[in-house]
Design a protein around this ligand. Structure first.
Ligand SMILES: *Cc1c(COP(=O)(O)O)cnc(C)c1O
Length: 440
């Protein structure tokens, strides 16, 4: 019996009791390797002493002050830290309490920007299919996950969706990577032309696609073309790095590897590393300038913006990542993870693709490797793998509907930045056993 409305009314969840490093232990004494950091959240693992002590120190000084009355030392420090390491031209950060809130704020900022500069006719967003931007209504509206959207569709503002980069399924055999990227960019350009460039606020995309389709990376050059198209039509580029950002792919921001700077960038999951609910929107100075010379304010706000304990946690997370040179470890262990996944699943009859970047990788499951046919969605292969993995002491992040919200299964791995080779060996071994138990 429970009074908590859990995610599923049918499931019984083990009770998490304690954590240490990459491990979580439940009240039955079972130990799990947290190889997905929940949903790519726990970038430093659990109970990192330096983060806990920074949070304690803040708690002993001030637990809360409303941002309508005060700023705090710790929020200013975190702001300086994030802006100092943001792509050139991004001059401010707006603090919120999670990813969906970051997206809502970014959408409103983008709209307000055009009102401020005298282009109020811009009222639409273009996004990508098979994307995830959060579960609040604005975020759900731009998101491209059919299953998540379906029953709420009447409540969602109209958004237009183009294809995501998904080379495994969508790149034609006679097409180079660059040609495929160009075709995707042209699809965006055609959508803009069809809707009328002067009606569009922004194009929003996960720099590396996360939860919905599993670690989808873009072909080289795609984002530079997207940036160029957005600029030509005066459209804002909003990159959602809630999951793929803050070091996950081996650089602090995933867009650094794409050679583009967005106008707005959302961050969250790894920003607080699970120590406190926090998110943010990094804002380009051109938007700040428009606000400053216009109304002078961003018309938005929540009660818990810039919460001091959350800011202290996030600042400590950023400092530990730099002090311990953990992005280097993300790159090194990311390469090792790819090797181990290739070794274990490269010839697996039911693994069609291994993809991703840094410590953000996925395997896609197929019923048949040569036809790439998916498993019957009714089998819920992803849910079975999750269960078999947990039974083997492994937390990974399997999801169904990889291709279109219904068909396809994948498993996302997003281990903490502190993993070792031995940890990765154990993760891949347990995942292999779980996959074989279900489809072997
Ligand atoms: C998780 C996620 C969100 C939503 O974040 P919440 O903190 O769950 O609200 C938004 N965008 C992306 C890319 C995400 O992965």
């Amino acid at each position: 019996m429970t009074s908590v409305l859990h995610r599923s009314l049918k499931a019984t969840y083990p009770r998490a009791a304690s954590g240490h490093g990459i491990h979580i232990r439940d009240t039955q004494g079972r130990d799990y390797i947290d190889a997905s950091g929940g949903a790519a959240v726990s970038c430093l693992g659990h109970m990192h002493p330096d983060v806990l002590s920074a949070m304690r120190k803040q708690l002993e000084q001030l637990e809360y002050a409303h941002t309508g009355f005060f700023t705090t030392e710790v929020a200013e420090q975190l702001g300086d830290d994030l802006v100092a390491h943001a792509p050139e031209g991004m001059s401010h950060v707006y603090f919120v309490s999670g990813g969906s809130e970051a997206i809502e704020a970014a959408l409103k900022m983008a709209r307000q920007y055009f009102v401020e500069i005298g282009q109020p006719q811009r009222a639409r967003f273009i996004a990508r299919k098979q994307s995830y931007h959060g579960n609040t209504l604005g975020a759900l509206a731009v998101g491209g996950n059919e299953w998540r959207r379906a029953q709420f569709e009447p409540l969602l503002v109209k958004t237009h969706h183009v294809s995501p980069p998904y080379a495994y399924r969508d790149r034609r055999a006679d097409e180079s990577d660059a040609e495929y990227g160009e075709r995707l960019a042209q699809e965006l350009e055609a959508m803009i032309a069809e809707l009328g460039p002067e009606t569009i606020i922004g194009f929003i995309a996960e720099t590396v696609g996360g939860a919905t389709a599993g670690a989808l990376t873009a072909p080289e050059g795609y984002y530079r073309r997207v940036r160029e198209i957005c600029d030509r039509h005066g459209i804002l580029l909003i990159l959602d790095e809630v999951m793929c950002g803050m070091g996950r792919t081996g650089t602090l921001h995933a867009c650094e590897q794409e050679g583009v700077t967005p106008d707005l960038m959302t961050i969250a999951k790894g920003m607080g590393g699970g120590y406190a609910p926090i998110g943010g929107v990094l804002v380009h100075e051109k938007i700040i300038d428009a606000f400053a010379s216009g109304s002078g304010l961003f018309q938005h706000g929540h009660t818990y913006l810039g919460h001091p304990v959350a800011c202290a946690a996030s600042l400590a997370v950023q400092q530990v990542i730099r002090r311990d040179n953990l992005l280097e470890n993300v790159r090194k262990q990311g390469t090792y993870l790819t090797q181990r996944l290739e070794a274990r699943f490269g010839n697996h009859p039911h693994v069609g693709d291994i993809r991703g970047r840094g410590l953000f990788q996925a395997i896609e499951l197929v019923a048949d490797r040569s036809s790439k046919e998916t498993f019957d969605p009714a089998r819920k292969v992803h849910a079975q793998i999750k269960q078999e993995a947990m039974a083997r002491g492994l937390i990974c992040y399997p999801m169904g509907g990889t291709i279109d919200g219904i068909h396809g299964d994948h498993v996302l791995l997003a281990p903490p930045f502190i993993v070792t080779e031995a940890d990765i060996d154990a993760i891949v071994e347990r995942l292999g056993d779980a996959v074989d138990a279900v489809v072997g």
